[in-house]
Design a protein. Sequence first.
Length: 161
Amino acid sequence: MHVDRLCQAISETIQRPRITLDEVETARRSIGFELSNLEASPPVEPLLTELLHTAAYRGSNTLGLPRYCPKDNLDKIQRTDIINYLSSLFRPERMVLAGVGVNHDSLVKAAEAAFLPWQPSYATPNPLPPDSSIPQYCGGHVSVRHLLFAKLSQQERWKCN
């Protein structure tokens, strides 16, 4: 088994990611392209689910937050936002390493060697606390005039014989 090498690779990926400005810009363009594709050919079920959550939870926390990045936010996301996110959420107390079909003691030993001491390259002195809010059902409605129903009408045409 290559448990040692695998744990080391996971550790390097988590603790020392290379997040360059070029990569952030490439990701921004890629997400913009994906959002354009969603507008051109929206997947009905995932968008309905998102609209239901938006209406039910009003976007205030957790379940109401958008699954897809709003286009207006694309240019606002900076490298420092990603670093702050990693620093706040990629923490040992918030992670689980699971192994299937490997010896438990070997996995624990490999994980300790790879992850301890915990010294990520992106550590910030005051990481944000995790969101401990509880989703609150509010109810409500969301109106969508063109995107979703145009797609539905294309897929579900009534046939009269």
